[in-house]
Design a protein around this ligand. Structure first.
Ligand code: SF4
Ligand code: SF4
Length: 85
């Protein structure tokens, strides 16, 4: 585990079945830790992809996403993770 990963305060999980690949979350993320996958989902969309580090758990990506259920944000609280969005 790198120091960067150890200090992460959040984590993003993308539901490939719900994401339409619009890119709004990619643009909105303050730390630019979301990309677009090269792979197509079963609807033919290139979906958002968490880059695996640096998420702060701010929830901005969740707030801008137009697709309910496409994103889940986890925020690290002391030694426990809780869903915030
Ligand atoms: S919760 Fe914030 S930091 Fe984490 S992926 Fe979403 S916009 Fe980026
Ligand atoms: S904003 Fe939502 S639908 Fe658009 S790319 Fe991000 S996760 Fe997918």
């Amino acid at each position: 585990m790198t120091t960067e990963q150890k200090n992460d305060r959040g984590k993003l999980v993308v539901n490939d079945s719900e994401c339409k690949g619009c890119g709004l979350c990619v643009e909105a993320c303050p730390v630019k830790c979301i990309g677009i996958s090269d792979q197509l989902n079963h609807f033919g969309y290139k979906t958002a992809q968490y880059e695996g580090a640096r998420c702060t758990g701010c929830g901005i990506c969740f707030m801008v996403c137009p697709e309910p259920g496409a994103l889940t944000v986890w925020r690290l609280v002391t030694h426990h993770e809780v869903v915030v969005a």
